[in-house]
Ligand binder design. Structure first.
Ligand SMILES: Cc1cc2nc3c(=O)[nH]c(=O)nc-3n(C[C@H](O)[C@H](O)[C@H](O)COP(=O)(O)OP(=O)(O)OC[C@H]3O[C@@H](n4cnc5c(N)ncnc54)[C@H](O)[C@@H]3O)c2cc1C
Length: 463
């Protein structure tokens, strides 16, 4: 059983699959605080690093800890809802629950209330994992990313200290720290440790055990309208997104299908196109924006047609080509500002780069308009996911060269890779510097490969 666990625990959604099961020295699946502390103590006594594992749905392989010897702590059994407070608008949950599981519990009691972070993987991703990658979903435009929806986090560092980080401002940059070690508490407080540090930290700071999450009633707008905006070319699509951002339209749903080289998807959706939901009061404005852009065809649709398109879009992440399989070589492209006005050029360059490295573009889609954190800035744009056809003979060299070429392209073109995807290349970024400082205070032994791995090490993990 223990041997099987060492194999199974390496399973994850990324292309980094070749994990040596023997490198998972011991796998812990704690159910409570004592068991978490015992797992951490085992790692400490054996001088092993720790990798925390949620649902394994991250696309960067960060939950694998690579093939270095380590202890894995899974949140698979940490799924309890500890409190739901509708008066004050929060839920306290264990780190292993998924948004779908939490929302089912919330809506059993109040059907019109919700936890508002909904990545397409909301049925498998855990709230601990989503915070660690600062995930967002199709409602991030209005609700923000995970960092904006977490009020308090409880985590354990490598020394077994329990640290509670309580948000005290709306920018997520200030927090009150409560810790069993007063010395550590002072150090972290002095260093302005906050929720924005934990967001996107990829498990480098400690094991997240509990979160206090913001919950709210469903849209205050109950008279919603639905539309599909078809763009004759990619620049027109970029321009619609740009103008919707400029006009700050409170879209309750905004998703783009950028391209789809799958006859069934393209026949049913005719990309490039946007799937939109907005309050009735904004119908005229949205329509005027779309109609003012050449080559855009605006269609009001009924809820049924909207839901059909939405369903196709959500399933795209899991859809394979008619023959073979899809893979995400590098999936999170943040495209914002003037780059939206030269969208065609950007997509062409991404595709040329993919092709020059032996990958055939398959589908591109994304939350749009949306927001994401870049350093301590909030950026508005599209978070575009890209899936390629998996070459029949995929080698680690191809992946290595593909990722390097795409990162270089992103840097040159001002495309912001989603934090999740940029960690292996981020040694010069503000986030890397900040995490390095914080890990020095917190024991340095949670997922250290995130901060010091090389691309070569990663490339060797590709199956
Ligand atoms: C089909 C599909 C669709 C997706 N759609 C979206 C989307 O719309 N938006 C989006 O943002 N992402 C999306 N993703 C990416 C993915 O779902 C997110 O990265 C997710 O947030 C990861 O959560 P997880 O529980 O699966 O974490 P894992 O993959 O298990 O881990 C991710 C990282 O979090 C750390 N971690 C996990 N649990 C803990 C913990 N308890 N304490 C400390 N660190 C921890 C791990 O060490 C690792 O570094 C999608 C993925 C797939 C496969």
């Amino acid at each position: 059983m223990e041997k099987l666990q060492k194999y199974i625990i390496g399973a994850n959604a990324s292309i980094f699959q070749k994990i040596d099961p023997d490198s998972n020295v011991k796998v812990f699946v704690p159910e409570n605080e004592e068991e978490i502390k015992a797992a951490i103590a085992f790692a400490r006594e054996n001088n092993l690093p720790i990798t925390s594992k949620g649902g394994g749905s991250g696309m960067s392989g960060a939950c694998t800890g690579a093939s270095r010897k380590k202890v894995i702590i899974s949140s698979m059994r940490m799924k309890k809802v500890l409190e739901i407070n509708f008066d004050e608008g929060y839920a306290v949950v264990e780190a292993g629950i998924t948004p779908d599981e939490l929302n089912a519990e919330i809506q059993q009691r109040k059907p019109n209330w919700k936890f508002f972070v909904a990545p397409s993987s909301r049925d498998i991703a855990t709230v601990g994992g989503i915070l660690s990658t600062d995930g967002g979903g199709n409602d991030a435009w209005l609700a923000g990313t995970m960092a904006d929806n977490v009020l308090e986090v409880e985590l354990f560092d490598y020394h077994g200290n329990k640290i509670i980080v309580t948000k005290i401002d709306n920018d997520n940059k200030k927090a009150k720290i409560t810790c069993s070690s007063k010395e550590l508490q002072e150090k972290l407080q002095k260093n302005n440790f906050s929720i924005i540090d934990i967001a996107g930290a990829h498990g480098t700071l400690g094991y997240i055990s509990k979160l206090k999450l913001l919950i709210k009633p469903l849209s205050e707008y109950n008279n919603q309208r639905f539309a599909l905006a078809y763009a004759g070319n990619l620049n027109a699509l970029g321009k619609i997104i740009y103008e919707l951002i400029e006009a700050n339209i409170p879209l309750t749903y905004g998703e783009a299908i950028v391209e789809a080289h799958h006859p069934e998807i393209s026949r049913k959706t005719n990309p490039p196109m946007l799937i939109l939901e907005f309050p009735l009061d904004f119908q005229e404005k949205v329509q005027t924006i779309c109609k003012s852009i050449p080559d855009v065809n605006f269609n009001s649709v009924n809820k049924e047609e909207f839901e059909q398109k939405k369903e196709i879009r959500i399933k795209m992440a899991k859809r394979n080509p008619p023959e073979g399989y899809q893979l995400a070589l590098f999936e999170g492209y943040g495209i914002a500002g003037d780059n939206l006005l030269r969208f065609e050029e950007i997509i062409t360059k991404i595709n040329q780069t993919l092709e020059s490295c032996g990958f055939e573009p398959f589908i591109k889609f994304g939350h749009a308009p949306s927001v994401y954190h870049h350093g301590d800035k909030k950026v508005k744009g599209i978070i575009m996911h890209s899936r390629e056809k998996r070459p029949e003979k995929l080698t680690s060299k191809m992946v290595f060269e593909g990722i390097v070429a795409l990162v270089e392209l992103c840097e040159k073109e001002g495309i912001i890779p989603k934090p999740e995807h940029k960690w292996p290349f981020s040694k010069t970024t503000q986030k890397h510097k900040r995490l390095t400082e914080l890990t020095t205070i917190l024991g340095k032994n949670f997922n250290p490969f995130i901060l010091d791995s090389t691309l070569k090490e990663l490339a060797e993990l590709v199956l």
